[in-house]
Design a protein around this ligand. Structure first.
Ligand SMILES: Cc1ncc(C[n+]2csc(CCOP(=O)(O)OP(=O)(O)O)c2C)c(N)n1
Length: 516
């Protein structure tokens, strides 16, 4: 057995079942090992941003890492933006990055680069293997590191000779590190804060945004009247009918300030105090009102769900949570209504199948669907966690690999979707069950808003042309078709309702270009 095979066997032993790949010469032994070892699905992405974004979507839904296979420094660098988003989402990911053979490094061949330097800012754990005999142990440590709560990126650099030289054996899985229990002091502090009569908000992030944590938070709300909130961009939020509906913190600083103006106590569960996404001249960055008491109930590596349940018990909260969303699918828009994000959102909410997964990078077109899905069928909502656009299509791709029995709906701005549209090809090749809805406003619309907000005065034609996508017009139906995805363009609410309802009924990838 060579080092590469010992690594693939170790990854499988450690529960890694999928490798999203874009390999090159230095990864050929790893690629060859994929055929020798049972239990590792290999999925090709045609750009590394599609590979790393898919690993993020997979990890958010499977709650364990996929591996990526990336080609030296440049391959990793192409994937960095979506690794940045994955880091912000605290998704477990194991990157395997090939490198030149150890003895080749001295010659500074063309593909030599500072791989460590590329890897460090996004990785919680980085290691470069030094011997074929240690690669397996390194792989087991990488998986353990990726799974360390709350989840992080582990990057293992694999010099080509450590892959091709003789290894001894695969390594067994290392123990999983469980989320830490919160101290009883932290529970007591939060419970007494919730009893002191002050206006309180509980801000939740991480695994506690799944049904169980939300139910505990809803019980706390039922007893104490506290508001339950989540960040604007939560990695994964379970919502829709039967779930406790929680308030989402708005995007712009002044809206956050307004939302939080009455809050006297902010209890944090795996979350940080909200700040403005960007700084703007004359506007606050820190959005929690001055004097607000900040109480840490659970840190990110701790078990937020158990902490919320313990607080609910300590308060003597009723078993029934407050704020459970009833099933109330939105009506379809009236015939002849304009096709915009709100009518499109109604259609999405109306036809959304049970247990769907929404990958949301709809940008300025996202509010309509957020409103229309509060009381839609229960679903998971995945958002753009690190602000680096081009996440949505790959994320949907990875989520569909993780959850083959669930429909994935990807809602995307046309500008962001252009960054990683290669993910469509992977969806077609793997026959993944994704409905991609592209909001074709032919604009970087959010930047038109930001241009005004930052106080850049009198934008001229050059400035405005930097935010405009009209010339030439993208044709998403053709782009999707060209990558093997059945695609259609719609211009009316009737056509979108037809296209979306038929796409969710069938299996396999579809693309709908919504002209708004
Ligand atoms: C990697 C990266 N590059 C550039 C940006 C800056 N940026 C933010 S939003 C945006 C345009 C988004 O356009 P689109 O997806 O069409 O959504 P819209 O704003 O039109 O709703 C750009 C270029 C970014 N956030 N990330």
């Amino acid at each position: 057995m060579n080092g590469a095979e010992s690594l693939v066997r170790t990854l499988v032993n450690s529960g890694v079942e999928v490798c999203f790949s874009n390999p090159g010469t230095s990864e050929m032994h790893f690629v060859a090992a994929l055929d020798k070892v049972e239990g590792m699905r290999a999925i090709l992405g045609l750009f590394e941003g599609a590979v790393t974004g898919a690993a993020d979507g997979y990890g958010r839904m499977a709650e364990k890492p996929a591996a990526t296979l990336l080609h030296l420094g440049p391959g990793l660098a192409n994937g960095l933006a979506n690794l940045h988003n994955a880091r912000r989402a605290q998704t477990p990911v194991v990157n395997i990055v090939g490198d030149h053979a150890t003895y080749h490094a001295q010659y500074d061949a063309p593909l030599a680069s500072d791989i460590m330097g590329f890897a460090r800012p996004v990785s919680g754990w980085v290691h470069s293997s030094t011997s074929a005999k240690t690669v397996a142990a390194d792989g087991a440590r990488a998986v353990q590191a990726a799974m360390q709560p709350p989840g992080q990126i582990a990057t293992l650099i694999l010099p080509a000779d450590t892959a091709w030289l003789e290894a001894e054996q695969a390594a067994p899985a290392l123990p999983r590190i469980a989320p830490a229990a919160v101290s009883s002091d932290a529970v007591d502090r939060a419970a007494s804060a919730l009893k002191n009569g002050k206006k309180t908000a509980v801000l939740v992030r991480g695994a506690a945004l799944k049904e169980k944590g939300l139910a505990a938070a809803g019980r706390i709300a039922a007893k104490s009247g506290a508001r339950i909130m989540c960040d604007t961009f939560a990695p994964r939020l379970q919502r829709g009918a039967g779930r406790v509906a929680i308030e989402r913190i708005p995007y712009f600083a002044e809206q956050i300030v307004e939302t939080l103006q009455d809050v006297e106590q902010l209890i944090l569960v795996g979350a940080k105090p909200p700040v403005s996404f960007f700084a703007y001249p004359g506007k606050p960055s820190w959005c929690t009102p001055e004097g607000t008491e900040i109480v840490y109930l659970a840190h990110q590596h701790e078990d937020g769900t158990a902490a919320l349940e313990a607080v609910a018990e300590a308060l003597g909260a009723p078993k029934e949570p407050a704020g459970v969303a009833p099933l109330q699918k939105p009506d379809l828009p009236k015939t002849g209504a304009a096709l915009d994000q709100f009518t499109a959102g109604q259609i999405v909410g109306h036809f959304l199948p049970d247990n769907a997964i929404i990958s949301d990078e709809a940008a300025t077109s996202g509010i309509g669907s957020m409103i229309s899905t509060v009381n839609a069928a229960p679903h998971d909502h995945l958002s753009l966690t690190g602000g680096s656009i081009g996440q949505g299509l790959p994320l949907a791709t990875g989520a569909a690999v993780a959850c083959p029995d669930r429909k994935v709906v990807c809602l995307h701005g046309d500008g962001g979707a252009m960054y990683t549209l290669q993910a469509l090809w992977t969806q077609a090749r793997e026959k993944l069950d994704v409905v991609n809805v592209i909001f074709a406003n032919r604009s970087y619309a959010i930047l038109n808003i930001e241009l005004m907000r930052v106080g850049a005065e009198n934008p001229g034609p050059k400035a405005l042309s930097m935010l405009d996508l009209h010339n030439p017009e993208l044709n998403w139906a053709s782009l999707g078709h060209g990558m093997g995805v059945e695609s259609v363009r719609v211009e009316t609410v009737e056509d979108f309702a037809d296209a979306f309802s038929s796409a969710v009924k069938q299996k396999g990838p579809r693309l709908i270009e919504v002209m708004i």
